[in-house]
Write a protein that binds this ligand. Structure first.
Ligand SMILES: *Cc1c(COP(=O)(O)O)cnc(C)c1O
Length: 377
């Protein structure tokens, strides 16, 4: 079965009881024992396992080319679970430009006190090698393309460096999705997602998931964290994730096509200093992204001339593109990352990050252009 077909069918079949084509939503928290006291359905209590969640886990495992999916209540719960499941030794090496929530997780919770976190520019492979060999390293974390600088890092090369040093390599694949990039095929030991973004695809649910290869040392620890710490997604959110998955391949094609057009239009704007998008031939990540991804994604950032005041003013003039956090939905969203992330942010003051939605791309471009020109019409 090919990818687009898997996105619709894996983990789901026509319901034998009712003939329902769309997968039923199972909200029951508890499941009946048979006469001998066993659980003939295989389900017992919904925190341990739930049919709708299991379908989502199976679908994601297949789409990432993995063995097992372990779903969590959010992307951050999935990320925290990986950091907890990871044997408590040594360093965690991670990108200096990364999803801001991870920075907060490290700074504000016990996770940050349990490991030595070393943020570096992972585009520099020699730097990665030096840091993982310098001191015992347990985990190498990747995020590509990155937030908010849209940097691309070499997954296969970094996995190899991590493995040579005896570390596990994990990729946050939220932005690319398995429709564009399959880290397990490139050697990663686990893939993490915020399903809240492109997987759900409509800005109306929250879930996270980790996918590991078959017989992974992370599988059981992650399942135990899921089951006993209990940060599980609601069945309805799993159902929405499954609904989203069915259109993930077509949505990603549309997001990518539109993002390229928006990036090209922005690069021609006299008010724009720089456009960060690996789909542009001049982008430093272009060649690597062309090799590692099947398309360049729906996320881009651009730097407005005149710095923060000009960027804020432009964002304030937008009429269609919504000024809001998050990404991966049907609505185009824009955000000034430096003010959201604070002093540790890599984002220059003039940077605006755009999640290019599924509106007519001409409408998106016209809105951005009028906002940049300050026409106020
Ligand atoms: C949103 C996001 C997360 C966190 O996911 P939540 O579902 O909001 O907890 C993690 N990584 C990346 C790259 C994200 O965009």
């Amino acid at each position: 079965m090919r990818f687009d077909t898997q996105a619709i069918h894996i983990g789901r079949s026509v319901d034998p009881l009712t003939g329902a084509v769309s997968i039923p939503l199972h909200t029951s928290t508890t499941f009946e024992r048979g006469a001998d006291g066993s659980f003939p359905s295989g389900y017992e209590y919904t925190r341990d396992s739930n049919p709708t969640r299991f379908a989502f886990e199976q679908a994601m495992a297949a789409l990432e080319g993995g063995g097992e999916g372990i779903a969590f209540a959010s992307g951050m719960a999935a990320i925290a679970a990986v950091l907890e499941a990871h044997p408590p030794r040594g360093r965690v090496v991670l990108p200096d430009d990364m999803y801001f929530g991870i920075r907060s997780l490290i700074r504000e919770t016990d996770i940050g006190r349990r490991f030595e976190f070393v943020p570096i520019d992972m585009r520099n492979l020699e730097r990665v090698r030096t840091v993982v060999q310098d001191k015992p390293t347990g985990l190498v974390w990747m995020e590509t393309p990155s937030n908010p600088m849209i940097r691309v890092v070499d997954i296969a090369a970094i996995c190899q460096i991590a493995h040579e040093a005896g570390a596990l390599a994990v990729v946050d694949n939220t932005w690319a999705t398995p429709a564009l990039q399959r880290p397990l095929d490139l050697g990663a030991d686990a893939v993490v997602h915020s399903a809240t973004k492109y997987i759900g695809g409509h800005s109306d649910m929250m879930a996270g998931i980790v996918v590991v290869p078959a017989a992974s040392p992370l599988e059981r620890p992650l399942q135990m964290i899921q089951k006993h710490k209990g940060s599980v997604p609601a069945p309805f959110d799993c159902w929405l994730a499954l609904r989203g998955l069915q259109t993930l391949p077509v949505r990603m094609r549309a997001h990518c096509n539109a993002a390229l057009k928006v990036a090209e239009a922005l690069s021609k704007s006299p008010q724009v200093e720089e456009v960060l998008y690996p789909g542009l031939a001049g982008d430093p990540g272009h060649a690597l992204a062309a090799r590692q991804m099947s398309a360049f994604g729906g996320m881009l950032s651009f730097v407005v001339k005149g710095g923060e005041p000009a960027a804020m003013a432009a964002a304030g003039r937008l009429k269609l593109v919504v000024r809001a956090t998050s990404l991966g939905g049907t609505h185009s969203l824009i955000e000034h990352r430096a003010s959201v992330e604070g002093p540790e942010s890599m984002a220059p003051g003039g940077l605006l990050r755009v999640s290019v939605g599924l509106e007519d791309v001409q409408d998106i471009i016209e809105d951005l252009m009028q906002a940049l020109a300050g026409s106020g019409n």
